[in-house]
Write a new protein. Sequence first.
Length: 421
Amino acid sequence: MLDIASKSTNIDEAASKIIPYGTIPLYDYLNGIGNICQIFNIYVITGIFTLTVSQGFYAKPNILNTEMLSTGRIVGEDVRETIDPAPEEMKKIYTLMVLVRAADIQAITLQRQGRIGFYVPCQGEEASQVGSAYALKPEDWAFTDYRAPGIVITRGMSLKSFYAHLMANSEDNTKGRSMPSHWGSKALNIVTPSSPICTQLPHAVGVALGAKMKGDKIATIAYFGDGGTSSNDFHSALNFAGVFKTPTVFFCRNNGYAISIPVSRQTASSSLAVKAVAYGIEGIQVDGNDALAVYSVTKKALEKARNGGGPTLIESITYRMGPHTTSDDPKRYRDDGELEEWKTKDPLNRLRSSLEGRKLWGKEDENNAQEWAQQQVKEAIAHSEKIPPPHPRTLLEDVYSQPTWNLQRQLHQLSEELGGS
Ligand SMILES: Cc1ncc(C[n+]2csc(CCOP(=O)(O)OP(=O)(O)O)c2C)c(N)n1
Ligand SMILES: [Mg+2]
């Protein structure tokens, strides 16, 4: 945790105090044993060992070394415990992750079959996206980027809306105008994103400041990637949020790459979380493939924000298992071995094992969840493919509350060309 660090002016000291959150499977522990210098407990969960480390690391965190993710659920000198959701909630989080995985895989298939034009997949990031979005309250505001299927679905977007947007049909909330994978929803307080990296961060800070001035007890959360930390908007947003103590959670999905650029070429900082120190705010690293750890740190950060404690930067360390977008071929810049290693840390398997270990989940539950998810996806796609595109006249809507004379003339002309419809 960085609250110790944020009081410090020494960056190295601050970095050494960032203690990551998460559970560690045995393989991580064996790899990362050199980093661990405190006591630990081992127990068996469904045949595999899972470790709970009862203290953090005193080695300097290094985001490029995935072994640093071998973290504890109780961490830090001040010993903080993660907040586990109730059993039913844990099952809901897992079921949502199954749904997101099914919706994501099917969206790629649709693109490969030419039924949609473009898609930004999220496979591998389900724990980061679902775990964090699950911690939000309906009245909070989410400012996402383009890699957000797990966030928008968890926030309550129906799969019909999800695919309507990808198909740019007349049920699309953005009326078919946005680039695919830029979901928004007024009803769900999801602000439609722009493609330029991190432009949503100052917006999230502005809305948070507005809410603070009005006395509304809400928080905003801004999602972005590791590459986004090199943008101007990242720095101005964190600075502004720090100065005005806005109720904002900055959620960085560190998935290892900005298209083909690895994090090692993105920054010389010892972590992304440590960048919070410069702005006088709290920074936290979390194992982004551990849904419960992600839920826990995000929930705490949101509560802190709503209660006047100011902003937090969360670095959620995960991996993009698929391509950057459907236009990308990651084989050109990533080793197969790297993907194979991350497959062993698949966030769905992690949470399922944990649920099985707690006797909350069995084979029948798994079959039911998988079948249910496939059915939901199938029905939503069948529905969305029948919906016509938006009427051409909607192209000129929403620019002015009342169309100007020249827009009216164009609308009239368009109507004539369309035979009066
Ligand atoms: C300001 C800006 N610069 C460059 C781009 C082109 N671009 C699109 S996605 C991307 C990579 C972003 O990587 P990251 O922030 O790590 O997010 P990820 O795609 O990995 O989720 C880049 C450079 C852009 N959209 N906006
Ligand atoms: Mg990235």
